[in-house]
Design a protein around this ligand. Structure first.
Ligand code: UDP
Length: 255
């Protein structure tokens, strides 16, 4: 890890130059943050699980034609991805009211939405990722109308697909955040899905019990974060028993 050129270190991931031009190695850390990094912690083994869950979901999305940056998982904590220019507009899709929308609009947590609700946020730690309208994104040049259309269209496809995927394993997909990036290929530029899809950026509730299987466990000090993340991976059929044991050992070593 030490000899490679670090491009960027974020809250949950480190990006290194990849082996070929136009590629990046993403290293998934165990660090967890919430409330715009006001709350910080370490969840031993989270990086390993998120790397695997993101691999699983991104691969499945590729298979249904949602182009994304994922190329291959290269180790327990790392994956090779296509280098893109991240668009500073986060896309949030909600099926059930939870989190910030409840605080902003006084909606009770758990209220089902009539149809999937898409919100845009300006990606800025300094300003706490504020909700913006399409007009803001256009006016300030953060994204073009075509790019926003593409992002909205793909976000709804991702929602349809992931809602079904999680429903099949007894989990409600409450909401999630997506990031998109510009992929430059010669003269061409396309918008593709980037970043990660994991319980760090989704709300996942057990269908029967309503138990939270996502980062809200950390945000709200509910405990059992790693067990919840592991449960999601287990239900998705990834991380077979042997690997779970390895992660447990790895966690012991780390702590
Ligand atoms: N989310 C995220 N990163 C962010 C903001 C939101 O991954 O910077 C995810 C979050 O985990 C949740 C969804 O997007 O699944 C909606 O988040 P919300 O706007 O309710 O904000 P939060 O309650 O997380 O502050």
């Amino acid at each position: 890890m030490t000899r490679r050129t670090k491009i960027y270190e974020g809250k949950a991931k480190i990006l290194f130059e990849g082996p070929d031009p136009g590629t990046i190695i993403t290293y998934f850390k165990d660090d967890a943050t919430a409330f715009n990094a006001e709350k910080k912690g370490t969840l031993n083994g989270k990086g390993v699980i998120n790397n695997h869950i993101s691999e699983y979901v991104m691969t499945a999305l590729s298979n249904i034609g949602v182009e994304n940056h994922f190329i291959e998982r290269t180790s327990m904590r790392e994956q090779l991805v296509k280098a893109v220019e991240i668009i500073p507009v986060e896309v949030i899709v909600r099926n059930i009211a939870a989190g910030s929308i409840c605080k902003r609009l006084g909606i009770a947590e758990g209220t089902p939405l009539r149809e999937p609700l898409v919100e845009y946020c300006y990606k800025s730690d300094e300003f706490g990722d504020p909700v913006i309208s399409e007009e803001h994104a256009l006016n300030f040049g953060w994204a073009t109308g075509e790019e926003l259309d593409e992002m909205m269209h793909n976000a709804l496809r991702v929602n349809d697909f992931m809602s079904g995927l999680f429903h099949a394993i007894g989990i409600k997909l409450v909401d999630f955040k997506l990031e998109f990036g510009r992929l430059y290929e010669g003269e061409e530029c396309r918008v593709i899905l980037a970043d990660e899809i994991s319980p760090d950026g989704c709300r996942l509730w057990d269908l029967k019990t309503g138990e939270k299987l996502d980062k809200d466990r950390f945000r709200r000090d509910l405990g059992g974060e790693m067990e919840a993340y592991q449960e999601v991976a287990r239900r998705l059929g990834i991380l077979p028993e042997a690997d779970v044991t390895k992660i447990a050992e790895h966690r012991k070593k780390d702590s």
